[in-house]
Design a binder for this molecule. Structure first.
Ligand code: DO4
Ligand code: MG
Length: 283
């Protein structure tokens, strides 16, 4: 079942039918029994026959008041890529250690307001020379810390800034339009199927310049452990979104360019597409 945030309400897509519920997004999704509630809304009374039109005209990013956090070095490829990019700065050892440690890396990524949705431009920083998208399965949690849904996240990263010094991580990761979330939330009775794959495709001037794929079963952490660490000493009254780390790292000679189109596809959820733009000079 998929949930879409629209300016007309919550649109539920289930077994080919569309249901529209007049409810505030953050109130609707902040529910430990989200699947059961959404299922109850799949009722004749809420059925609409113009669901595709509503999605085309009234779609919003599937986040409003929640914070976006991220975890990292959760896939072997991320550990290797980061050790390589930071070797001159002597930071490589820390990535090895966090990959093997019980405590995961967790960092604040974005407010909802700074993030973009499907189809909106993402930025690369003007002071960064090496930039990549990070395609990440993203957990949606209620205020109690329960994982209630899954979506797609793009944790845009400056590899030149993080590689210069790992202490620059917040600047490499957090700036206007550095996060994309969407296009919808996937909810199911049994969580995310473990055989699901994440695919990243980057197009430049109409041609594919990168393609990579990873299974979510390659992650070295349990989703519930990540959620538990995040909520240990921090409260989230509206719930939260947690990007679970990238397992797809383009070769070191690849950097994003303005006008590149980034597609991130995750089985069962859909595809999140964004075009890359350079951040705008502030006056
Ligand atoms: O350690 C820095 C960030 C890691 C990250 O964002 C990732 O592995 O996806
Ligand atoms: Mg990441």
């Amino acid at each position: 079942m998929k949930l879409y945030h629209t300016s007309l309400g919550v649109l539920i897509v289930h077994e080919g039918e569309h249901y529209l519920v007049d409810h505030k997004w953050h109130q609707f999704i902040n529910d430990d029994n989200l699947y059961a509630k959404a299922k109850r809304c799949c009722h004749e009374r809420f059925k609409v026959d113009n669901g595709e039109e509503i999605l085309a005209l009234y779609s919003l990013k599937p986040i409003d008041l929640q914070e976006i956090w991220a975890t990292g070095v959760t896939y072997y490829n991320s550990k290797m890529g980061r050790q390589e990019e930071s070797k001159d700065a002597g930071g490589g050892d820390f990535y090895e250690r966090v990959y093997n440690a019980p405590r995961p890396e967790l960092f604040f990524k974005s407010t909802a307001a700074r993030a973009v949705g499907h189809g909106e431009p993402l930025h690369i920083r003007r002071d960064s020379t090496w930039n990549v998208p990070e395609p990440e399965l993203t957990l949606v949690m209620s205020s109690s810390g329960k994982i209630v849904a899954y979506t797609i996240g793009n944790d845009m990263s400056s590899r030149s800034i993080e590689g210069e010094n790992p202490l620059y991580l917040p600047q490499a990761k957090t700036y206007d339009r550095s996060a994309a979330i969407g296009p919808c939330l996937y909810i199911s009775e049994n969580g995310m199927p473990t055989e699901s794959k994440i695919r990243l495709t980057i197009e430049r001037a109409g041609a594919q310049v990168y393609h990579g794929e990873i299974g979510i079963d390659q992650i070295v952490r349990k989703f519930e452990d990540l959620a538990e660490y995040l909520y240990r000493e921090t409260s989230f009254p509206y719930g939260s979104f947690l990007m679970t780390g990238t397992g797809i790292v383009p070769d070191s000679d690849f950097t994003l360019a303005v006008d590149d189109v980034v597609h991130i596809e995750i089985d069962h959820i859909g595809t999140l597409t964004n075009t890359i733009a350079k951040s705008i000079q502030k006056s």
